[in-house]
Design a protein. Structure first.
Length: 168
């Protein structure tokens, strides 16, 4: 009986294998999601730049309800994956390699956008209003070389989370 009590005490103090919240994995993911949400708000609070044209590269993390074939993750799992990838990108991971490995869109995921007018889709230059709203909302708030995230929103970003790098 003393042995069982000692094991129970140790398990309580140091965590038990097989219990994600005891091992700290759940807490780490929660912190990553909190950081992601904080960073999203920081970029959204910035004023938009006035450039007539920008170019961005994005990594799409979709969810099963987005209508993208082969995607089976839940909205919650998509946000957690976005938070994990965001942490890696902020830590210096090479963005194009991350896009190639993780995007639910086609690699390289580079799009030009014009603030107004029809664009030139033959040259991969799209009108801002022809793209997912959150995509342009983030893109026009970034400086060249900066990253931001357009979060899932059923009207502004229905496909999931877009991790965006401003290229030009």
């Amino acid at each position: 009986m003393k042995t069982f009590a000692m094991i129970l005490l140790l398990c309580t103090l140091v965590g038990c294998a097989g219990n994600p919240s005891a091992t700290g994995n759940s807490g780490t993911k929660e912190i990553e999601v909190e950081t992601l949400r904080k960073d999203i708000k920081e970029v959204a609070a910035r004023p938009e730049h006035k450039e007539a044209q920008i170019t961005v590269q994005h990594l799409l993390v979709a969810h099963k309800g987005a209508g993208i074939g082969g995607v089976t993750r839940s909205i919650d799992d998509a946000e957690k994956l976005t938070a994990k990838l965001w942490k890696e990108i902020k830590g210096g991971a090479e963005f194009d390699a991350m896009v190639k490995e993780h995007t639910d869109d086609a690699h390289p995921g580079i799009y030009g956008m014009v603030l107004s007018g029809p664009g030139d889709t033959g040259n991969n230059l799209y009108p801002r209003k022809g793209m997912v709203a959150a995509f342009g909302d983030v893109g026009w708030r970034l400086k060249v070389g900066e990253y931001g995230v357009a979060p899932f929103d059923s009207t502004k970003s229905p496909y999931g989370w877009h991790i965006i790098k401003r290229v030009k």
